[in-house]
Ligand binder design. Sequence first.
Ligand SMILES: O=c1ccn([C@@H]2O[C@H](COP(=O)(O)OP(=O)(O)O[C@H]3O[C@H](CO)[C@@H](O)[C@H](O)[C@H]3O)[C@@H](O)[C@H]2O)c(=O)[nH]1
Ligand SMILES: [Mn+2]
Length: 726
Amino acid sequence: MASSSSSSLPLHLCHVNLFTVIINRLHALLHSIAIAFLIYYRVSFLFQETQIRTTPIIPWLLVFASELLLSFIWLLGRGYVWRPVSRTVFPERLPSDEKLPAIDVFICTTDPDKEPTVGVMNTLLSAMALDYPPDKLHVYLSDDGGYDLTLRGMKEAWKFARWWLPFCRRYEIKTRCPEAYFSRIDQDEHVDSRTSEFMAEKQEIKEKYELFKERLMRDRENSKLGGRGVYTARDHPSCIEIIQDYSTEGLMEEDQSKMPLLVYVSREKSSSHVHHFKAGAVNVLLRVSAVLSNSPYILMLDCDMYCNDPTSARQAMCFHFDPQMSPSLAFVQFPQTFHDISKNDIYDSEVRSTFTILWSGLDGLKGPVLSGTNFYIKREAICGNPIQKGIDIRELKNCYGPSNEFIKSFRQDYKPDINNNGELSNMLLEEAKVLASCSYEDHTKWGKEVGFLYDAVAEDFLTGFTLQCKGWISVYVAPSRPQFLGTSTTNLNDLLVQGVRWGSGLVDVAISRFCPLLYGPTRTSFLHYMCYAELSLFPLLYSLPLWCLATIPQLCLLNGISLYPKVSNPYFGVFLFIFMSSLSKHLHEVLITGRPVRKWMNEHRIWMMKSVTCHLYGSLDSILKKFGLREASFLTTNKVADDEQIKLYQEGKFDFRTSNTFLVPLVTLMLVNMASFVGGVARIIVMENYCKMMFGQILLSFYIVAMNYGIIEGMMIRKDKGRIPS
Ligand SMILES: O=c1ccn([C@@H]2O[C@H](COP(=O)(O)OP(=O)(O)O[C@H]3O[C@H](CO)[C@@H](O)[C@H](O)[C@H]3O)[C@@H](O)[C@H]2O)c(=O)[nH]1
Ligand SMILES: [Mn+2]
């Protein structure tokens, strides 16, 4: 903000939508009153004399407990709707390029079979092409599998980048992920003059891109034939390489320098060590980059999340440059957005609620959750600043490990050692290898207090939470043009497998020493830790009640046991109100985020399906891990598109080709609900008064059956490959 002309103008603005705030709070008030009535009704039943009671106590208590749990989780979630905000940035007001701080970009990949090299390299190229001074941009790729294929891919990518980057800069191309650029119809939207010169150059670059892809494919075939020798994805030494090749053949003189630093990092792995998945990989990157470039800011990307707009770095700097906000600002989070979402989006693959409602709500409190990818974080926030605090060297080594060079990197005047040719010295590369070795973290605080924490598979969620408990804040920016685009899970199997991991990772936090309800109160604000508690508990607190409510009232209906008030009883109105009020609030949120009503149904359905399957399994997984009965795992999601799956997803048909562990609960619950609904209706016909008594339960089974009609279709009607096998 030091630049003279713009110093008076703000770099960013924050808007509170008053109308939404009023609706949200009013709704919360009314809904709470209704819940209070419900509790009163249920509790007074317990005080009835046992002779008058017509309903057995066990099912009644189970249903009541479910209602209490659901009310509790709902209450925790009120933090999100308390004060949602949105933000605008003005990157054009930033000071000149010389004053911008350097940025290290981290990209993680692990398995070229699930994460094809072409895709990873596209992400890499899009990051190298960010609109930022190239000498202040350093791109690191962490290859957890240690594949030669990936290293070779990077060398090819570098060669292609020497053409691609100048082209993007010269013509101010907006889409700087080559695959996306060449496959889009609106490719040239921002080039005013589609000169013949431009068209010719574009054609030339396109051919180079095709050749680049071909070489990657060929490499892939060869590596399949060749095998890997003695090294495997789980056993290999550390390998760190700076990618550079300054042969200048064919390039224009002005294009010859101007390339960001590109570094390949594969940490050492051995089957005798635990590696902590992505968190472990990122911690290695933190150390290696500290001695090689040591930028004060870091952009983190998943390997399938490409930069869809080159301005994200400058947008993030609008906050990091705000003198008031900057000292306490840990990270600027952009939403996760995906390029493969269909219109109907039956699986809610875009995770709408999280990236529209929840994160903006948190942004109005103390900032959004760290979301794994798409954020610009301050190195100091994640690694600490021990020099300032004046800790002695022995203690530093206990905390950060034995490397002197790494500890030196905390000094403000630290500059990586560069040899006569302007290249990083070999000594540094050797040091970096040590920093990437698997025993480096032994007896240090890495993963416990420093870097990304290892206590949960949802490393991002946990680390972000502890940062905010230390007093750091974060901000959320969701510009209309998505800054990053990734691959989502667009088939039921991937969705549920990912859901198990997330469920498990979140519950890990809930049952660890970082449980937000215990760890939060002394460290952060009430509403803020309520939201974190909601997130860490929802897999558990939705799955148990939903299982109960999808079975107990139905079985009781079949046995003529009534669990809800009669239609003529005023309390029936209370239940109906709570039901309708939840549904309409959800509908309201769908509509204000600009989605159609159909989206509401899809989200509602997938919420039920996930609650009774992956969230239950995830919670169990986490609890078993806690008792040492299971090992932590991280099944990476598949980023390879399968035509048949895409077709079903585009048509809005569930693809039930998934394991029986997921199908059995879904089918069983459907059968129970169908049977009870049919049985209930049959009784209405023969028995007077039955309808009035059982209306609540009949309505509930009808609702479940109707909402999940897709499952019935999959069981009984569909004949295609994606149906549920009999
Ligand atoms: O041992 C591992 C496992 C995964 N990854 C990388 O981690 C990233 C995320 O993995 P992915 O399989 O795509 O998982 P998602 O469920 O799609 O990821 C979401 O959830 C993760 C936490 O579960 C977060 O880390 C991610 O940022 C977030 O996008 C990918 O780049 C992987 O290459 C590693 O580097 N090492
Ligand atoms: Mn992913």
